[in-house]
Design a protein around this ligand. Sequence first.
Ligand code: HEC
Length: 134
Amino acid sequence: MKALIPVLIGLFAVTAQAATPNEILAGYRAEAAKLNPRYQPSAELGAHLFARGFGVSARMPACTSCHTEDPTRGGSHVVTGKAIQPLAPRANPERFSDPAKVEKWFRRNCGEVLGRPCSAAEKADFITFLMRER
Ligand code: HEC
């Protein structure tokens, strides 16, 4: 039994981390609503964030530079050439299921493309847009 305890704790830690795109969206939405109580997630703004060229980085001007213009399809990293699976959760059920992974990549990718962190509202808009794509 003693040997099982760390295994059980590990299992709980894993299940505690798993989330659905809706839950992750709800978290960002609540954070955005603290700044703007009238905030409503917008798929249109999310689509705009996805496709817009920000002009900060010459190599990766937009999210589409690596993720392509169709989030239901895979892309590839502009620098390393490494394949990237689709971002839309309907095309790739692993997407938006791990809050730590989502945060890590928003931080990195928004930093590179926008030259600043994305706001909670931008993240919620982005996920709303991706959840619409099939
Ligand atoms: C330089 C290439 C590149 C650009 C540009 C890029 N991404 Fe990504 N993105 C990646 C890679 C690599 C991963 C992680 C590998 C994977 O999960 O397939 C990733 C993963 C993500 C994830 C994780 C989703 C999940 O649940 O797995 C999010 C969110 C994301 N990107 C958002 C964005 C946003 C928003 C932009 C534009 C502001 C953007 N990305 C631009 C390369 C890029």
